[in-house]
Design a protein around this ligand. Structure first.
Ligand SMILES: NC(=O)c1ccc[n+]([C@@H]2O[C@H](COP(=O)([O-])OP(=O)(O)OC[C@H]3O[C@@H](n4cnc5c(N)ncnc54)[C@H](OP(=O)(O)O)[C@@H]3O)[C@@H](O)[C@H]2O)c1
Length: 242
C-alpha cells in the first residue's frame, strides 16, 4: 500500500488526480481543501477507506503541524508521497498590488508548501521511507504574462525550494521534483481568455494546450520506484511552448 498526501482535492487538477490515482488499488490518499464539493463527496463515498479528506485552510500556516500532522496524518501513518497541488491565483497588474492579496498568495502558494514539506520530510525520515515530493509550478514562472507577475514569482520560489530539498534529503533516498505546467483546460486554466489560449496554442509545435493525461502519467511515474533517479528537476509539460 502507498499512502499519498495531496493538497487541493475539491476541484480541478487535484480532484482529477485523486480519481486517477485511486484506480490503483495500492493507493491510499489523504487530501485537504477548504471545501467539500459534490464531486469530491461522491469520490469519498466511492473509495471509502482509501480517500480520507480533511477540511483545512492552508493560509492558516501556523496550524498546519498540529491540525494536519497530528490529528489527520498521525505519526503512525507512513507516507510515501506528497503532491503539493493547492494554490490560489492572484491576477493583477503590478501597479495594483495590494498587500492582503499578495500576503494570501504567498501564504498558500509558498509558505504552506514549505511547512508541509517540512512535516512530510520528518514523516519520511521517521519511517525511513524513500518518499517522493511533487510540486506544481506554471509556465508563468518562466515567461512573462500581463497580470501574472506575482503568481509567477510564487511558483519560482517553489522551484528553487524544491531543488535545495532534493540536495538536502537525497542522502535519505528522498526525492523532490516540480512539474511545470502549461495551460490546462481545467481549473485555473479557465481564467485565461480565448485570445490568450489561442496565443499559447500558436506557440506550441503541437498546436495544443497541455493535456491532463500527460500530467497524470508524470505524477504516477514520479510516485513510483521507476523514477528513482529523477530528483531536483523541473519537468516542463506544456506541449513544447516556445
Ligand atoms: N489549470 C492550469 O492551467 C494550471 C496551469 C499551471 C499550473 N497549474 C497548477 O496546478 C495546480 C492546481 O491548479 P487547478 O487549476 O486545479 O486550480 P483550482 O481548480 O483553482 O483548484 C485549486 C485547489 O486548491 C484548493 N485550495 C485553494 N486555496 C486553498 C487553501 N487556502 N487551503 C486549502 N486548499 C486550497 C482548492 O480547494 P478549496 O477552494 O475548496 O479550498 C482547490 O481544490 C496549482 O498548483 C496550479 O498553480 C495549473
Amino acid at each position: 500500500m502507498k499512502n499519498i498526501f495531496i493538497t487541493g482535492i475539491s476541484k480541478g487538477l487535484g480532484l482529477e488526480l485523486c480519481r486517477s490515482l485511486l484506480r490503483n488499488e495500492e493507493m491510499i490518499l489523504y487530501g485537504v481543501s477548504r471545501t467539500m464539493t459534490p464531486e469530491l463527496e461522491q469520490l469519498v463515498k466511492q473509495y471509502e477507506g482509501r480517500l480520507h479528506w480533511q477540511a483545512f485552510d492552508l493560509a492558516k500556516t501556523g496550524a498546519i503541524e498540529a491540525e494536519l500532522f497530528d490529528g489527520f496524518i498521525t505519526p503512525g501513518t507512513i507516507l510515501h508521497g506528497f503532491i503539493d497541488n493547492a494554490a490560489i491565483l492572484y491576477k493583477d497588474l503590478v501597479v495594483h498590488i495590494n498587500s492582503s492579496g499578495l500576503s494570501e498568495l504567498m501564504k498558500v502558494n509558498v509558505e504552506a508548501p514549505m511547512i508541509l514539506t517540512k512535516c512530510v520530510l520528518r514523516n519520511f525520515m521517521q519511517h525511513r521511507t524513500k518518499g517522493s515530493i511533487i510540486h506544481f509550478s506554471s509556465i508563468c514562472a518562466h515567461d512573462g504574462f500581463n497580470g501574472l507577475a506575482m503568481m509567477g514569482a510564487s511558483k519560482g520560489a517553489l522551484e528553487s525550494f524544491s531543488r535545495s530539498v532534493a540536495c538536502e534529503y537525497g542522502r535519505y533516498g528522498i526525492r523532490s521534483n516540480v512539474v511545470v505546467i502549461g495551460l490546462l483546460e481545467m481549473g485555473m486554466g479557465f481564467s485565461v481568455n480565448d485570445r490568450q489560449s489561442t496565443g499559447l496554442k500558436s506557440r506550441s509545435p503541437l498546436g495544443i494546450n497541455t493535456q491532463y493525461s500527460s500530467i497524470e502519467q508524470m505524477v504516477e511515474l514520479l510516485l513510483s520506484d521507476a523514477s528513482y533517479s529523477i530528483t531536483g528537476q523541473n519537468i516542463h509539460i506544456n506541449s513544447g511552448i516556445r
